[in-house]
Design a protein around this ligand. Sequence first.
Ligand SMILES: Cc1ncc(COP(=O)(O)O)c(C=O)c1O
Length: 411
Amino acid sequence: MSLPSMSLALVRNPANPQRSRDEAYGARRSEILGADALAQAERELSTWQGYAPTPLHALPALARELGVQSLHYKDEGGRFGLGSFKALGGAYAVARLLCRELGARLGRTLDTQDLRQPDMRALCAGITVTCATDGNHGRSVAWGAQLFGCACVIYVHATVSQGRAEAIAAYGAQVVRTPGNYDDAVRRAAADARAQGRFVISDTSYPGYMDVPRDVMQGYQLMVQEAAAQMGQRPTHIFVQAGVGGLAAAVCGYFWERDGAARPQFIVVEPERAACLLESARAGELRAVEGELDTLMAGLACGEVSLLAWEILEKGADAFCAIADSAAVDCMRLLAHPLGDDRAIVAGESAVAGVAAAIAALQSPAARAQLGLGEDSRILFFGSEAATDPALYAQLVGESAAVVAARAQAV
Ligand SMILES: Cc1ncc(COP(=O)(O)O)c(C=O)c1O
C-alpha cells in the first residue's frame, strides 16, 4: 500500500516546556505519577492472571519511507484479553477502591491478593462501582468488578455502538444508555452514584474527585514502563492520542520523572471535533469543547480535560495537534496492509491517532521543523486498542480483524 497524504492542525505549547524539570514539572506533579505509585501498580497488576507485557512492534519500512530512524508501536490489543490499554486503568482503580474502602471498614491495609479471599469477596459483593464510558474504560471497570465480585453499573451515551455496550454487559455489568454526549453521561453517573451510594470509578478527574483517576493513570504507567524497557534506546518523539488526557499524562509524566529536560518531545493528538486539550493549550487555560463531539475515534470523543491530566500536560507537553477522522481510517488501513516487510497490525480507530499525526507531521516541512523531526528521530506510539468494535473495524478497513491478525501471524 502506498502512503496516503494526511494533514494536521498543530500548536506548539505556548506554556513553553523547554525548561528545567523543576520549573515545568516539579514535585507537585511527581505526587500524581511518581515512581512509588508505579512500583505499586506493577506489584499488583503483574500478579493478576493473564498479565504479560504487550508487544512493541518496529515498523522499519514505514520509518524508511518517512525518513526517520525508527518507529515503534506498542500494541495494546492483547492487554488482559480486553482489547485495549484501558484494562490497566479502570480495573486497577476498582481494586484500589475496594482495598481502600474495605481496608477502612476492617481497620487494616489490604492489597488485591487479599480481595481474592472468600470472606473479602462476600464484602465486595455489597459494593457497587459505576462510571460513564465511551467503551473501553467501562469494559475495564466491568471486568474489574467481575474479577473481585462487586456489582457494576456502566453508563454509555447516545453514540456508543451497540457492540461496545454488549461487550461491557458480557462482564456482568448493568448497562444504562443516556442521552447526550460523554460528558453528559459522566454527570449522570455521578448524580446517580450520589443518590444510590455507588462508587464512581471515573477515568476523568474534577474538583473534589482525584484519587480514583490518579489510580487509573498509575495503572497506565505500567504500559509506559514496559515500552521503555522494550525499546532500549529512548525515543526522541512520542505522539500520543488523548480523550480526557489520562493516557497522555501517564506517558508524559513517566518520561519527565525519569529524564527531566532530556525527555522525548511529547505531542498530544486529538480528533479535530473533540480537541479540548488543543483548545485549552491555545487559550492558556482549561476550555471545554461542546456538542456531539462527532468522531469515529470513540475513545477520544471527550470535550472536557481531566484536571489531573491537565496538571501534567499544561506545561509538560511540547505540542498539541488535531487530525481528521479520514486520517485515522487511512492509518488503520495502512497498518492492516503495511509497507514492505512491516508486520500487519490490527489497530482500532482510537489507536492510530498518534501514528496518523506523525505521518502528517513528517509530510509537512513546516511541522517537521516545528517539532524537530528528522532522520535521527526515533518515534514511539501507543497503539491503545485493537478492534474493540469488530463490526466497525471490518467496515472501515474492508476486512475483518481476524483476517488481518492471521496475516500478522504469517510474517
Ligand atoms: C483506545 C483508546 N485510546 C485512547 C484513549 C484516550 O485516553 P484518555 O481518555 O485517558 O485520554 C481512550 C479512552 O477511552 C481509548 O479508549
